[in-house]
Structure formats: C-alpha cells, structure tokens
Design a protein. Structure first.
Length: 266
C-alpha cells in the first residue's frame, strides 16, 4: 500500500501529540516526511522523535515553508496560527498539497476564505477543518441547510489564558466577568489564537458575521468550557464541550487524518 506523504507546520505541544499518535501506528496510511517551525529546535525535535522510533523513517526538519512544499506532501497539518496559515495556504494548495488545519480563525477573513476555496477547487486540493476543542460541526451545518437559523458561541476561560490580550485586567483574578460580546470576526481579531473554534462553528452554520460570541473569565477556572447553540423553527441543538487541556485539539487532527483515508466516513 502506497502511503500518503504528510508534513507538519507548527511544532508545539499539539504537533508532539500528533507525532506520538503517528509513532503509535494510529496513522498507518501516512508517511511523515517533513516538519517546519519558526523554532528550528522544535522542528528538529518532532523529526527526531519520528526517526528514532523507526530507523527506516527519514522525516526532515525544514528551514522554510518552501522546503516543506518541495516535498509535495499530500497533506500538510497546520498547528501554528491563523497568520501562519495565511502565509502558506495558497502556495500549498497550488502545490497539490491539501491542508488539515486548526487555525480556522484565518477564515473569518472572507476574502481569504473565498480565495482558498477557489484555489483548492482549481487545483484539486482540499482544506480539512478539524473540530479542534469542540464538536457538532455536522449538526450545525445540517440545521443551517434547513433554512433561516440563529447561532451563538459561549466560552468560559481562566483569566490566565487571557493575559496576553489587551482586554485583560488583574481584577479578573478575583471576579467572574464577561470580557467580550460580539460576532466571530470581532472575537478572532481580539483573541487571534483563543477562539479559532468559534470561527469553525460559524463557517459550519451562520457565518462569522452572524455568529454571536461571548467570552467569560472565571477565577481559578481550569481549561475551556464551550457551548454552541443553534436553532430554527424545527430544531434546537446545543453542543457543550469542556476540556481541561488543549489535547483534544491535537486528537481532532488525528481523527481528521484517519477519517480522510477511512472506508467509512463520519
């Protein structure tokens, strides 16, 4: 059986989890051939992890995204950031590489979204949006196809997870507070690496401009608590997902890769 070649862009904790799943033979239809990160050490770490497990492996840590594209991988897994996805997505799709991404926040930019869709269609490639830290994208899309509907995305976080953003206040360590309310476009612009899943939910349903998003900071809270709600005249669906860590996002990539090659598709 000829394996599908695979590369990873973004070599942090989630990429490490994917490499561990690969080493555990959970992705037997793939061959991991290249890694890339702005940190050479992280790219090297993932490549070494794979090569150490199997002496026949030749996973190469790349110095640039152009080096990754030179391998012409069938799939590129992206676990970096929305900005990183914007930097390489079009070139990758033109290069015959499909993408599996966690940085769906990039698609809040409607112009970029449409350009990606057009490029993928023209070159016979695809972008697979992993579910990340949420679920229910299938029911969101199904309900939205039935006709007019409304949707909302509520998330609860620790104040520590908001420290790097302008809206953070030290008082959040002591009081529960709704720190944001708006649509998915506004949310991802203020929290570019924390609410990618709200954009994914919006793309699957009412669109980023119409998805109502709220973020609540709770003292001593651990993890993320997401509630997605969609309703029309016939259906009212609620998806609740609580996770103590971000590992579920990495496993959603593994699940997506397995689904791509499975004879039975969820």
């Amino acid at each position: 059986m000829e394996k599908k070649t695979l590369a990873i862009v973004g070599c942090g904790k989630l990429a490490t989890l994917i490499a561990d799943a690969y080493n555990a033979h959970l992705l037997p239809e793939y061959e991991l051939v290249a890694t890339y990160s702005r940190s050479k050490e992280k790219a090297q770490h993932i490549a070494d992890k794979v090569n150490a497990m199997d002496s026949s492996s030749s996973c190469v840590p790349c110095a640039s995204i152009q080096d990754v594209l030179a391998f012409k991988p069938a799939y590129i897994v992206e676990t970096a950031s929305p900005n990183a996805l914007k930097e390489f997505a079009l070139d990758a799709l033109k290069n015959s590489s499909s993408i599996v991404t966690l940085s769906m926040g990039a698609f809040a930019d409607q112009v970029f979204y449409e350009e990606v869709a057009k490029t993928a269609k023209e070159h016979g490639t695809k972008v697979h949006i992993a579910s990340g830290a949420i679920g229910g994208l299938d029911v969101l899309r199904t309900v939205s196809l039935m006709g007019s509907c409304e949707a909302s995305f509520q998330t609860e976080k620790s104040p520590n997870s908001l420290r790097k953003y302008a809206l953070y206040q030290e008082s959040l360590q002591h009081e529960k507070k709704k720190v944001f309310e708006g649509n998915a476009i506004e949310a991802i612009s203020l929290f570019p690496t924390s609410v990618n899943v709200s954009v994914a939910a919006s793309i699957a349903s009412v669109g980023p401009e119409n998805m109502r998003v709220s973020i609540t900071s709770t003292p001593d809270f651990v993890g993320d608590n997401h509630r997605i709600e969609i309703k029309n005249e016939q259906v009212h669906a609620v998806v609740d997902v609580y996770s103590t860590t971000a590992q579920i996002a990495g496993w959603s990539i593994v699940n997506t890769l397995r689904n791509i090659v499975s004879p039975i598709v969820f």
